[in-house]
Design a protein around this ligand. Structure first.
Ligand code: DOR
Ligand code: ZN
Length: 464
């Protein structure tokens, strides 16, 4: 007798098959048309079953900036949005900089997670070069490097509008120091994930813009153009080629960036890359309609970039989609476009937005399964997750492709519910989320008061 069966759903793998999924002890025990007994039965007729989504790019702000978001709210939002595994970014306060702070975060998150989670480590260049190995051995998912950002000396918070010479900050690293990070990453066989923006160029162009007095989105984009991304991606690819380090490029935003990655992959450079729903679905032309909520770093670019990102995702140049969930206080998002912080919620709307594209006929459900689950699981070595197969964790999302509903700020489960997609009507919604066989979210609400999410330490050597 099995613990649970999900009957007659359209199960999404490489193909879509109408079948039953049997669960035992939180694992998928069988995927079969046969009828067996189970203690609990859920009829999924008419619904699709996807592997739980894996969002490897979330800033849950906890501890340190819990007025913006916290781990409990963020992981509730994940569960409701069909995301069963999140990776928490390391730029919290305290930041995850070494084995000790990694362990501390694992302890701190205990009993707070509504979904399973991995943890990122942060690179600060020479300051913690020797700690990278210990973070890997401690189970950190990978190492994040905010290339081009200055970081607060004490809190390690990102400085969004850095001015050279600013006191109390670690300035953006020079290329020599970044090269040393790549060498160390290669030696440790880790993944180095980068935020790719060239700070020198951005500084000059921002100053020039301040003189000419531009305040609108076009001026912001002119200060942080695609060239800033291209310069950093070029250098990073050269470093990855030279050192053999596995480079992962976070949130790619430009057609030129995609093309560089496409060529590098063809030449065998060890690189993977992601983009986010907001880069796939919005362009600079949407600023008039959306307003300041559209501000993220790197900035959302032109319509031609948006189309090139889709092409890159479809042909495998971009390996997967992640949300870059990065809320701020709603009150902070008012005022000068240049001064307000960048970022918005993303973890809860990522799957509905991609399902909306399925409804429009742009992509298929098996494709969504690959870019939201299978590919991130493979790249980061999450061996128990990513596909609906015997032996894997029973992380499952029931999806209703007939359901039409609006994404609305007030329905989001984050502490500061804010999205550029507020008001957008989408067809295709996650309606039930199972984490290791347990129903954790049902019909856009969280089920359990008591969170059951677990840390997923990642000790494996990664494969591409
Ligand atoms: O817009 C962004 N916000 N981009 C980032 O890379 C960081 C993030 C944040 O932490 O606020
Ligand atoms: Zn981010």
């Amino acid at each position: 007798m099995y613990d649970f069966v999900l009957k007659n759903g359209w199960v999404v793998g490489n193909r879509i098959c109408r079948t039953n999924i049997y669960v035992q002890d939180g694992k998928i025990a069988a995927v079969t048309d046969a009828d067996y007994e189970a203690a609990s039965i859920q009829d999924a007729a008419g619904l699709y079953v996807l592997p739980g989504c894996i969002d490897t790019h979330c800033h849950f702000r906890d501890p340190g900036a819990t007025q913006k978001e916290d781990f409990a709210h963020g992981t509730c939002a994940a569960a409701v949005g069909g995301v069963t595994t999140v990776f928490d970014m390391p730029n919290t306060n305290p930041a995850v900089l070494d084995a000790g702070s990694l362990k501390q975060k694992v302890e701190y998150f205990k009993d707070k997670a509504f979904v399973d989670y991995g943890l990122w480590g942060l690179s600060l260049g020479r300051l913690n070069l020797a700690e990278l190995r210990a973070m890997k051995d401690g189970g950190a998912a990978a190492v994040k490097f905010f290339w081009g950002y200055a970081i607060d000396e004490k809190t390690h918070a990102l400085i969004y509008n850095y001015v050279p010479g600013q006191p109390g900050v670690i300035p953006p690293l020079d290329d020599g120091e970044v090269y040393e990070i790549f060498e160390q990453i290669a030696c440790n066989r880790q993944i180095l994930a980068i935020h790719a923006e060239n700070s020198g160029l951005i500084h000059v162009l921002t100053k020039r813009n301040a003189v000419s007095g531009g305040t609108d989105y076009r001026a912001l984009l002119a200060s942080r153009p695609a060239l800033a991304e291209v310069l950093t991606i070029q250098t990073a690819l050269a470093f990855a080629r030279d050192t053999g380090a596995h480079l992962h490029i976070l949130h790619v935003t430009s057609g030129d960036g995609v093309e560089l990655i496409r060529r590098a992959k063809a030449e065998g450079v060890p690189v993977t890359a992601e983009t986010c729903p907001h880069y796939l679905l919005l362009s600079a032309d949407d600023y008039e309609r959306v307003g300041p909520m559209i501000k993220v770093y790197p900035v959302i670019k032109e319509e031609s970039d948006r189309l090139a990102l889709w092409q890159g995702l479809m042909d495998g140049t971009l390996d997967f989609v992640a949300s870059d969930h990065a809320p701020h206080c709603i009150s902070e998002k008012k005022g000068s476009l240049f001064a307000i912080p960048s970022g918005m919620c993303g973890v809860e709307s990522m799957l509905p937005l991609m399902l909306g594209e399925v409804s429009k006929g742009r992509i298929t459900l098996p494709f969504v399964g690959r870019v939201l689950s299978e590919n991130p699981a493979r790249i980061y070595g999450l061996a128990a997750k990513g596909v609906i197969q015997r032996g894997k964790d029973a992380d499952l999302v029931l999806v209703d492709m007939r359901k039409t509903r609006r994404i609305r700020n007030e329905d989001l489960h984050s502490k500061q519910p804010m999205t550029a997609f507020d008001g957008l009507e989408v067809t295709g919604w996650p309606v039930k989320t199972y984490l290791r066989g347990k129903l954790v979210a049902d019909n856009h609400k969280i089920c359990e008061e008591k969170p059951i999410g677990k840390w997923v330490p990642l000790y494996q050597n990664v494969s591409r």
